[in-house]
Design a binder for this molecule. Structure first.
Ligand code: SAM
Length: 281
């Protein structure tokens, strides 16, 4: 409890797969609070039963009726500690909670995180792409046109990008990404992290498309897609590529020379075209 006598709102991460990923402190806190706010009470009940946590559950969504958040805020104001969990992973990360945390802060309630699993961070930690800076995008739009527009807007982003994607859309999204970032752009797909059938695919977008298309299992389960930023892709132009481009440029127009260099080296046509313009200029 804090000095203004109101309770504390604990934002508690829960496992994204293996229940062993639940941190002991999360169990302690969930056992100590007066009530637990969650997305889906039936879903969370299973997790809580596993850890022998028997507390009243309050359904909470950022867009649900004001009554549930009001109820939580009143309980906090009365000095009760409340925990917020989501179906899996860290609340607020593509999950509900932001409005509640904001309202609690505005009310002077102490808000404390209990850190644990987060699919985005778990995937990033094994992607082998630069992590000194990264951009979390979350879910892409389900419709192709809007999805392509979002991807197009990200094409010049220098840092690694992290997406959550539905399994039935992963192939389409990989294809859209290849169209926009180039087939040789580096990417990573983390599927079913911390679960029995976890798989991790690293390669160019062209390679990932082939693997995912050939194996329907790769289009099942939960998926984090990571795309290299414009500065992190292994598809950066090689010295050999530049040599070839220079030779071809002496004989051919820039577009033709770039296309041929890309074919010979397996590199990215757009990048060679930009290089060709720079060499000519
Ligand atoms: N708050 C959660 C977190 O901290 O990761 C994310 C919630 S978001 C509604 C659910 C999405 O996260 C899934 O559709 C999937 O893209 C990703 N995700 C969750 N668990 C995952 C797992 N075990 N493996 C891969 N991706 C996962």
């Amino acid at each position: 409890m804090n000095s203004n006598q109101s309770g504390t709102l604990y934002v508690v991460a829960t496992p994204i797969g293996n229940l062993g990923d639940m941190v002991p402190r999360a169990v302690e806190i969930l056992q100590s609070v007066t009530a637990i706010a969650c997305e889906d009470t039936r879903h969370s009940k299973k997790l809580l039963d596993h850890f022998r946590i028997d507390k009243p559950l309050i359904a909470y969504h950022d867009h649900s009726d004001k009554k549930s958040s009001h109820n939580i805020l009143v309980r906090l104001a009365a000095g009760n500690d409340i925990a917020l969990i989501s179906d899996a992973g860290t609340p607020l990360i593509s999950d509900p909670g932001y409005r509640l945390v904001l309202a609690a802060r505005q009310q002077g309630v102490t808000v404390i995180p209990i850190p644990g699993a987060c699919a985005a961070v778990a995937a990033l930690s094994v992607a082998g792409l630069p992590t000194d800076k990264f951009r979390f995008i979350g879910f892409l739009p389900a419709r192709t046109t809007q999805r392509k527009k979002v991807l197009q807007d990200l094409v010049a982003v220098p840092e690694t990008m992290v997406f959550y994607e539905a399994p039935h859309r992963i192939l389409e999204t990989l294809k859209d990404s290849a169209e926009i970032f180039g087939a040789e752009h580096s990417a990573f797909v983390a599927r079913e992290v911390s679960k029995t059938f976890e798989t991790y695919l690293f390669g160019t977008l062209a390679e990932l498309i082939n693997t995912v298309a050939a194996d329907s299992n790769q289009q099942r389960g939960e998926i984090v897609l990571i795309l290299a930023g414009s500065e992190g892709s292994a598809s950066t132009v090689s010295v050999d590529g530049e040599k070839i481009l220079r030779l071809l440029l002496a004989e051919l127009p820039a577009a033709k020379a770039a296309a041929l260099t890309a074919k010979i080296t397996g590199g990215d046509k757009k990048q060679f075209y930009q290089m060709a313009l720079a060499l000519k200029g």
